[in-house]
Design a binder for this molecule. Structure first.
Ligand code: HEM
Ligand code: HEM
Length: 232
């Protein structure tokens, strides 16, 4: 059970925290930025090893709408994460300073562009697996089903959706995702913690949206299966 808590709860939480920390490039020095990013890539290796069975089972079983969405999200995440890793190695000035492969502006642009996409797709990805996260949390903390808790969590989810949409505009995320270089950087000299709060809420809001979209898709899959069974 402890292993499950470590691999399925603590590990993803640590990766998400490192990812958001690395986004604060203009608050951190280059050195800490690269260290946080490298640590996240290291934990990602562990995460992929933990979940290796998912890759091994790719060719077995039937594909419904839900499974297709998870597959496409993983491919998308895999591509953006690969771009982030490769550009990191190429532009490194601290961790791999001895190499200093490139100072090319295009590669630097690809680096921040992929970083913002990774942040959003990781949130979609976490949302698609949220049911498992809640099941593990329920087992680890020995929680029995409770209507009040479910109600409070649903209310919190709704709140996160609303505040997340607001934070999305405050941070100018849509400009960043469209390769538009925004000169409106977060002003870390006036406030630091709101930057982290906004990013956390943006990612949580996207995860909530993705979680509920998955619930709808699961119901769609069930209706389809029942209809097919009725026809045979
Ligand atoms: C910051 C980065 C990431 C975070 C926060 C994250 C988060 C999560 C969470 C919360 C889960 C469900 C709990 C679990 O099964 O471990 C999960 C599962 C999984 N993740 Fe990630 N993940 C990240 C990156 C990635 C990447 C880049 C890939 C590769 C495409 C990936 C592939 C998987 C797979 C294959 C599963 C298991 C799916 C299943 O069994 O249905 N993750 N991830
Ligand atoms: C979680 C992983 C990472 C994320 C989310 C991330 C994100 C970012 C962001 C948002 C910037 C600011 C770009 C700008 O606005 O101009 C940046 C810059 C930079 N990153 Fe990363 N990064 C990550 C990992 C790394 C790693 C592992 C390295 C090197 C080993 C690295 C090296 C750099 C360098 C050298 C810059 C400065 C580019 C410049 O403006 O000259 N990053 N990164």
């Amino acid at each position: 059970m402890l292993r499950s808590a470590r691999d399925r709860l603590l590990l993803p939480a640590a990766m998400a925290a490192l990812l958001i920390s690395a986004l604060a490039y203009w608050w951190l020095d280059n050195g800490p930025h690269e260290i946080f990013g490298t640590l996240m890539f290291g934990l990602l290796g562990w995460h992929l090893t933990t979940n290796r069975r998912w890759f091994l089972k790719l060719r077995s079983g039937r594909y419904g709408a839900r499974r297709w969405v998870v597959l496409v999200t993983h491919i998308w995440l895999g591509i953006t994460m690969t771009v982030l890793v490769v550009t990191s190695v190429l532009i490194s000035r601290s961790v791999l300073s001895f190499a200093q492969f490139s100072n090319d502006v295009t590669i630097i642009e690809l680096h921040w562009f992929s970083a913002y996409w990774v942040a959003i797709i990781v949130a979609v990805h976490a949302g698609t697996h949220w049911t498992r996260v809640m099941t593990v949390a329920g087992t680890v903390f020995r929680l029995s089903p409770s209507r009040i808790r479910s109600g409070v969590l649903r209310l919190a989810a709704l709140l996160l959706l609303g505040v997340g949409a607001w934070s999305f505009t405050v941070l100018g995320v849509s400009t960043k995702l469209m390769f538009g270089y925004s000169l409106e950087f977060w002003d870390f000299t006036s406030a630091v913690s709101p930057f982290f709060a906004h990013w956390t809420v943006v990612m949580a809001g996207v995860a909530v949206f993705s979680h509920y979209a998955m619930i709808c898709l699961r119901q769609l899959d069930e209706i389809r299966t029942r209809t097919m069974e009725g026809q045979t």
